[in-house]
Ligand binder design. Structure first.
Ligand code: FES
Length: 79
């Protein structure tokens, strides 16, 4: 059985994906993750809609002042 993949909605930023995943375009083609992982192996997917490197985050969320909205992970709805 595969290890659990963790997806974390970061505060006012991207989704952090920790664990091995395969990303695909609607066409089914695999999206290269080369050069996208940080030192821990995590990748970051844009959720602000402004990245010029979609689906990956390019830190544009900082430039546009993206704010998480109430009801998402930053609302601390943890049990
Ligand atoms: S979340 Fe970082 S560029 Fe969109």
């Amino acid at each position: 059985m595969a290890d659990t993949v963790h997806v974390t909605a970061t505060a006012d930023g991207p989704y952090m994906i920790a664990g091995r995943v395969e990303l695909r375009w609607p066409s089914g083609h695999v999206i290269s993750q080369e050069g996208e992982a940080d030192g821990s192996g995590a990748i970051y997917l844009c959720r602000c809609g402004h990245s010029q490197n979609k689906p990956f985050c390019d830190n544009s969320h900082k430039r546009v002042g993206f704010k998480s909205t109430e009801g998402d992970a930053t609302a601390h709805r943890e049990p």
